[in-house]
Every structure is written in C-alpha cells, then in structure tokens.
Design a protein around this ligand. Sequence first.
Ligand code: ADP
Ligand code: MG
Length: 453
Amino acid sequence: MSSRNSLFEVRDLEKHYPINKGLLNTEVGRVRAVDGISFSVERGETLGIVGESGCGKSTAATSMIRLEEPTAGEIRFEGEDITEYSDEKLRRLRREVQMIFQDPDSSFNPRMNIGDAVAEPLVVQGLDDVERREAIVGDLLERVGLSADDMNRFPHEFSGGQKQRIALARALAVNPKLLVADEPVSALDVSIQSEMLRMIDQFQDELGLAVVVISHDLGVVQEICDRVAVMYLGEFVEVGPADELFTDPQHPYTRALLSAIPTLDPDDRGLGVKLTGDVPEPSNPPSGCRFHTRCPEVIPPEGIDLPQETWRNVLHLRKQVLIDSVDLESIAEVGAIEAGGEFDDPADTQPEDVDNDRLARWVREEYEIPARLDDQTAETTLSQALTSLVEGEQEVAAETLTEQFETVCEREVPETRSITSDHRVACHLTDESMIGSTDSETEYRQQLSSPSE
Ligand code: ADP
Ligand code: MG
C-alpha cells in the first residue's frame, strides 16, 4: 500500500448485501452499497465523506471499522490489517476507533443515566475507581458544553443536539485515535450543526485526533475538513483537498452538490446545476459511469454537436422511448388544445387524429427539443426516430436512438485519474481523448477549467 505511514488505509473496500429469495434462500442479487472505495486518513486529519442519501456513506463507515464485516477489501490501522484481527485486537480497535451514529437516540439506553453512559467505555477498559471515573466524566461533560451535574440525568431530558454532544463526550472518554462521525448533525438545525462540528474540530486539535465526518451536505463539511471524498452509488467519484474541491471541482456530481449549497448570493456558484431524480438502486447500478443517468454534462457521441441542454433533452426523450413512456395521447390532447379551434373536440383528440409530422413536432415541444436541430446528423436520426414513434413503431424508434445517440458515459466505466498528487477523479470529461473538438465539447472544457465563472 502507500509508502506514507497513514493512520488508517482502506483499499478496494466492498460491502454487498445479498438479496435472497425463495425456500432455498438463493441469492438472486446484491445490494452494492459500497463497491470498491480506497482512501487513507492521516493522523490528526479530518476527512469528509459526502454524497446524497443512499450513496453508501453509513455502510462505508460501519464496514471500514468492522462494525459490519466487509465483503472484500484491505483495511489497515497503524499499518496492521484489521480484517485479520483476533478478538483481542478487535477489542483494542473498538477503543481506539470511536463512532458517533446518525441517530443520537439509538446510542443511548433510556434507563441508564448520562454519567453511566459516558463512563461505560471506561468501565470496559477496566477503570474501577468510581471517584476517578466520575471526575473524568464530569470533566468531559463540561468540555462538551454541559455541566458535571448533568451526569445524574437521563437521555430523555436532553435535546437532540445535547445528546450528540454527550455521545461525543463518551467517544472521547477512551482517548481514541480516530473518530468516525456519521451525519452527527443531519437532523439538527444549522447553528447546532456548526457548533457540533466546531467542537469536534477543537478536540481534534487538542487531542491530535483523526476524524472522518460523513454528511449529505457539502456545506456542512466545508468548514472543518482537510480532504473530502465525494461518494456516488457505492463509489468515490472525486477525492481531494477540501480547498481544491470547493474552488475547482472536477466531477459533475461534485459540482452539482456544490451548487446545492444554499448561499446568500445566487450567482455565487455559477453553474447552477440542479440534481434531479433519485440515486438509482445499488442492486442494479447504471452501466458505464454510474452517474450518467443524472449527469448534466453527459458527453455526446463523436461527431454530434448540440448545445448541452438540447443534448440532455434528447437523452431524456431517448430514455422515455426506450421504456415506452412517451405519452402520445396526452401529447395529442395538449397539442390540440393549444392549437385552438382547429380540432372538433380537442380534449378528446387521439394521436391518429393528428398528422404525423405535426405530432412529431409536438413530441419535440413536450421534451423541449427545437423543431430542427442544427447538427444535421443528429437531426436526421431524431426525425427518423420520431417518425417511427408516431407511427406506432416504438421499438424501431428505440433502436435508432440507442444506436445513434450512444454516449461513452453509459458505455465505459471511467478510469480514476490524478489531477494533482492528492486529487483524483473518475469522469470521462477529464480524459482529453474522450472529448473531440466540437463546440459544445469545447464548452465543457471551459467549464472544467473555470467551473465557478
Ligand atoms: P447513506 O448513509 O449514504 O444514506 P447507506 O449506507 O445507509 O447510505 O445505504 C446505501 C445503500 O445500501 C442503500 O441503498 C440502502 O438501502 C442499502 N442498505 C443499507 N443497509 C442495508 C442492509 N442491511 N441490507 C440491505 N441493503 C442495505
Ligand atoms: Mg447514512
């Protein structure tokens, strides 16, 4: 593995959940929650893992520290392979690596008072001296902004934010080397979020603690992370120093997450990309680049030159044709109503009542595609496919569109490339050879080199 002596190193980590069916409980599929991630955490460093809900962040957290058994991969803590740890060594690891969970309520026994909860890891560690234990617990509670007297109170007497601080006190009681905080603040309001993260940050400096912070919100980690890993559908699409990632994001997914951060200045994030739709099912991830089904910057096929938005809309139409979801009936009705007076009973107009060319034009309108594409090759393909479609030959249309409008993004898995020694990204846009010299492609490159203009 790397020559640096990292505190924590993960290589090709996978966590798959089998999907079993039937009497024989046969495996019929796998949820690829974590599907081959590699990273390291240095001593004293803060690494952020960000991505939308369902991308595999929590699974990455629990399997990297073996709270769940990984399906595959190598994990080293202080140079030792922890996947081969004996029970004894695993117990030591449980002390040196502490985790704060997403839901504070799940981490407390409602019948155990706060003092006993925070003292629990100390007891496990063999600290029998009650007075010394109480002194440590009181001190910890005060350091997370509560009072030593709180040790006699019970979890339900505290707010969510306070409970997370108590969880932090408990995690720190045993002087860990690594703290993994899984959305420690996702459910709480923004000011409590920053307060909690600042508190972690402050302890970190004091204790030389390494921290992995997980969040679906890139804005939340911006303040405190040295490095950030952006996760999509079980994979890291971009990893780099936080300042580089925020000023010069390379992956369209990173850019989309960045533009989702609320700012006071609406022009601040430039590209203004909006993520639409949900994260696809990890049991059946998209081919090629897993992000291509939602990517705002999908690369057009060679020789086709369309403005990005038009190209996106053509892709969207292609997808709808493929799954036979173009609703010709309602397109005919809406078109007839908008045509005004020309049709006897506009609201009851059938696709057959409209001549083919006209219906094809309405389909374009519905999908916000111009009546004529400037690119002649693309125009020929599209009009051919639309003719088939309105003639009821959906399968022929689907075939034409699939063959002629196939993008490298859906065909090939992007390689992970290094931008700088510590910044890597997996996107075809970073591969010069994937990008021709047509206008829209030049645009991509300009966007790449100056993403926030
Ligand atoms: P995140 O923390 O980023 O929201 P998770 O790690 O919780 O994502 O989940 C990643 C994917 O794995 C999701 O599709 C989720 O439904 C699935 N998943 C998580 N835990 C299990 C499990 N125990 N069994 C099956 N699927 C799971
Ligand atoms: Mg989670």
